[in-house]
Design a protein around this ligand. Structure first.
Ligand code: LLP
Length: 421
């Protein structure tokens, strides 16, 4: 459920008509609903109730500081994957003890910044990374709390580009080698083992791959404990999928996920961390665009809109489907017609949807791409020197621009032309 609904014939974000925001900030723009974000966070938080736990929002899905602050104020932790995300989370006021640092390629500079600024744990993905972390921590006179990300070799049954838990993926340490790597961790002076980490992929629409992975984590926990390691925390990753279409999709709910977590690892007495991104932010955001032209092609009509692949890359990158709806509610029974919906970027890949049934639209009409709150704004670029589009946050009947659209001057001023050029 989200808070983007038609009221009085107009699509609203909570209590604000989106056309009003469009009139003030121009199109295209992203718009997020606070109530939806918080609702999704609390679904997870409640699903794990009864267990000591921390829901760490995956900052990569939406890293605007206003969003991070909103969630952190409700007690959320953060999962970061770069020095930049760490700095954003800290700038948004998230205490270091609620930040976990994931990712396969943390640099020594990133490690040092997190150790100095405060960190809950590093999720370590290789032996060389662990050696480097031990050296950095020792040089600062501290020890680094770590979980080792194990690769359980399960098939997440999701898009190949976002599947991470198979042995051929670059992520984690093969579970078959976990015990020797934990033994190495115990021998390193700057490392303090606190737990095990696993993340098998994103947009999972079935609980069984999670169950298979978490059962392996439970077995490993018992083995490692028998070998003398302190395993007090399990980070179970993110990845629970969302419905991208309103009609036929019904991925498992956070509540069912929570039940499965309790069944698989509940008996171990560990503190549980999870790292959901998409389920919290995905359906809490939309991208609003305007039709620039309606172009009649050979046997098809194109809606050329002012949003493009640089603003929302998911359709061209993953063939992802986003529901697209007009801001003006179509009259009941209106006859739909198929359109190819494309942006102005000079690539055929700049196509959002082919032969999508829509009510008849004309130039100037506004449309919303739904489910764009996760991996939307954060994956945008300035390709074709198109300014990053603004982000707007709604709460009840108020809204605020939480990232402004840069001007052409702002963009151009970043280039440095050397004297000799
Ligand atoms: N934890 C780790 C270690 C991750 O790598 C990810 C996502 C998450 C948590 C959050 O997963 P989520 O709950 O959001 O599924 N750009 C792609 C998705 C990439 C996901 C990468 N890792 C997309 O637009 O579908």
């Amino acid at each position: 459920m989200d808070h983007f609904l038609y009221r009085n014939g107009q699509l609203h974000a909570e209590d604000v008509p989106l056309s009003e925001i469009a009139a003030q900030v121009g199109t295209p723009f992203y718009c997020y609903s606070s109530a939806t974000l918080l609702r999704h966070f609390h679904l997870f938080d409640d699903a794990l109730s009864g267990m000591d736990h921390l829901v760490c929002f995956a900052v990569k899905s939406n890293s605007n500081q206003a969003i991070l602050k909103l969630l952190a104020d409700q007690g959320a932790g953060m999962d970061v994957v770069s020095g930049g995300e760490y700095a954003r989370a800290r700038a948004a006021g998230v205490p270091g003890e609620r930040i976990v640092f994931s990712g396969v390629g943390k640099t020594r500079a990133e490690m040092e910044a997190a150790l100095t600024g405060g960190i809950r744990q590093f999720n370590v993905e290789s032996e060389p990374e662990m050696q480097a972390l031990s050296e950095v921590a020792s040089s600062l006179g501290v020890s680094a709390p770590i979980a080792i990300r194990i690769n359980p070799d399960v098939d997440a049954k999701t898009h190949a580009k976002i599947s991470t838990g198979k042995s051929e993926n670059k992520f984690g340490i093969p579970i078959s080698r976990a015990r020797e790597v934990y033994a190495l961790a115990a021998s390193l002076p700057g490392i303090e083992v606190v737990g095990i980490d696993v993340h098998i992929g994103s947009q999972l629409t079935d609980l069984e791959p999670f169950r298979a992975a978490y059962q392996k984590v439970a077995e490993l926990t018992e083995q490692l404990r028998a070998e003398g390691h302190q395993i007090t925390r399990l980070d179970l990753g993110g990845g629970l999928g969302i419905p991208y279409t309103r009609s036929n999709e019904a991925p498992p709910l956070p509540h069912d996920y929570g039940v499965m977590v309790k069944e698989t690892v509940g008996h171990l007495g560990c503190e549980i961390e999870i790292e959901p991104g998409r389920l919290i932010s995905g359906n809490a955001g939309i991208m609003v665009t305007k039709v620039i032209y309606v172009k009649s092609g050979e046997g098809r009509d194109f809606l050329i809109v002012d949003g493009a692949m640089n603003d929302l890359v998911r359709p061209s990158m993953y063939e992802a489907h986003h529901d697209i709806v007009p801001l003006r509610e179509p009259n009941p029974g209106v006859e739909q017609q198929p359109y190819d919906i494309v942006g102005p970027v000079c690539e055929s890949g700049d196509t959002f949807a082919k032969q999508r049934d829509m009510p008849p639209l004309v130039a100037g009409d506004l449309m919303a791409f739904r489910s764009a709150g996760a991996y939307g704004a954060v994956m945008a670029s300035e390709y074709n020197t198109r300014p990053l589009i603004p982000e707007v946050l709604v709460q009840g009947d108020q809204f605020a621009v939480i990232r402004a659209r840069p001007s052409y001057e702002d963009i151009i001023a970043r280039d440095i032309v050397p004297d000799w050029a």
